[in-house]
Design a binder for this molecule. Structure first.
Ligand SMILES: Cc1ncc(COP(=O)(O)O)c(C=O)c1O
Length: 404
């Protein structure tokens, strides 16, 4: 993944700035910190890329989506429409907020569709937690119409889509609040980290308090702050923020190379195998291009393709349908609501039976999908080799008797 391919002296410098002060905590200690504020700088860099009015760096993307939901006012008894294709953190965050996930259909964008959302609406629907998957973006125009029509709160989990945009506006900023992940597998990494973004001052303030035990940070008197709300510790450390800062500065360049490498591969594959298509990007120019998302004609041919790739020892891809915990087929613990303790969700009325969900479109789309991570460090020769291997494996898979 791009971020991790690009560790260098820039990351080291930012980390050493922090080590030299000895202040690893993001708040206070003005006298000792020699004006080193890496979390704040990291937030400024994220704002520069996305145009967000407010950004709050936190300990993980999971914390960021949880805080985004809570600070947007989503809570007990609210139904929140979610996709069946996402990292489990999205669903966990809804449940931890005391709300009730309602699964709706995705489409070839790999994200919730406007039609899917509308069909899942009930009188208890309060919000949509839209997830921008695999470096791309949802088809926002139709989704925004539905959100407006039913007066819903829109929260975006852009955990996998930092720096992706739709018609010039960045993911995470179409609704009340959004989140990015900077874990180890993203376009830029902080090691562990996340950022919450919003254009709404009240939502930002709630998030800021919520992510630091409800502390009001106006003033220097740590330990004797006002507490406008109850919160918890989701703070990022200055060390993680330092890495995130250096990495975020690299993102415009990484995005450009990703797009170039992705196009090179896709053009080669497209011209050689007619049957292969790609996930739909509502705005191709806004793609962060961290993944090339191949779509086979059906689940059977996708499985045969995966088998050929494995036989040939080709790595670097995900078949989410069966091999990854990003798809609902692997979420028995969520379907059975297995927690170590009793949670609000166990006592709430649920409009869906999670064990018997009917999501045929999502099953069809993810059954066909095979995603390759794009690398910034690829040489032309490496890309040619990969494209040739993909073409060869796809042709073998497609030529098997059942597909001719
Ligand atoms: C869509 C999505 N949301 C949330 C997360 C959680 O981010 P983190 O691993 O930083 O907690 C991820 C992580 O991969 C993700 O892909």
């Amino acid at each position: 993944m791009p971020g991790t391919e690009k560790f260098g002296k820039e990351e080291l410098k930012e980390v050493m700035d922090v080590m030299n002060t000895g202040i690893l905590f993001r708040y206070n200690h003005e006298a000792q910190r020699n004006n080193i504020w890496k979390a704040k700088e990291f937030e400024e860099e994220v704002k520069k890329i996305t145009g967000a009015k407010y950004a709050l760096a936190v300990s993980s993307g999971s914390a960021a989506i949880f805080a985004a939901l809570v600070s947007s006012g989503v809570g007990y008894g609210d139904e929140v429409i979610v996709p069946p294709f996402t990292f489990v953190a999205t669903i966990e965050a809804v449940i931890m907020a005391g709300a009730i996930p309602v699964f709706a259909e995705i489409d070839e964008t790999l994200c919730l569709s406007a039609e899917g959302i509308e069909k899942a609406i009930t009188p208890k629907t309060r919000a949509v937690c839209l997830v921008h998957m695999c470096g791309g973006m949802a088809d926002m125009s139709g989704i925004l119409e539905v959100v407006k029509k039913y007066n819903l709160i829109l929260v975006e989990d852009a955990g996998q889509a930092f720096a992706a945009s739709y018609k010039g506006a960045y993911t995470g900023l179409f609704g009340k609040a959004g989140s990015y992940s900077f874990d180890f597998f993203k376009i830029a990494t902080a090691g562990e980290g996340g950022v919450l973004v919003t254009n709404d001052e009240h939502t930002y303030k709630m998030a800021e308090y919520f992510c630091d035990h409800g502390h009001n940070h106006e003033g220097n008197n740590r330990g004797m702050e006002q507490h406008p709300v109850i919160g918890f510790n989701f703070r990022i450390s200055e060390l993680h923020a330092a890495v995130g800062l250096a990495q975020t500065r690299r993102v415009p360049e990484i995005k450009q190379i990703n797009q170039k490498n992705k196009k090179y591969l896709q053009d080669k594959i497209k011209s050689a195998v007619n049957e292969i298509t790609f996930s739909r990007l509502p705005d191709e120019r806004g793609d962060s291009a961290t993944f090339m998302n191949l779509m086979m004609p059906d689940t059977a041919s996708a499985k045969a393709f995966v088998e050929e790739l494995n036989k040939k020892g080709i790595g670097g891809f995900n078949y989410w349908y069966t091999n990854m915990y990003h798809f609902i087929n692997q979420w028995d613990h969520i379907k059975e609501l297995k927690f170590p303790n009793k949670m609000p969700i166990h006592y709430q009325h649920k409009s869906q039976d999670y064990r018997n969900l009917h999501l045929p479109k999502s099953q069809e789309v993810i059954g066909r999908l095979i995603s390759f991570g794009i690398r910034v460090s690829w040489t032309e020769e490496e890309m040619n080799n990969l494209a040739n291997n993909i073409i060869e494996c796809a042709k073998i898979a497609l030529s098997k008797k059942m597909y001719v």
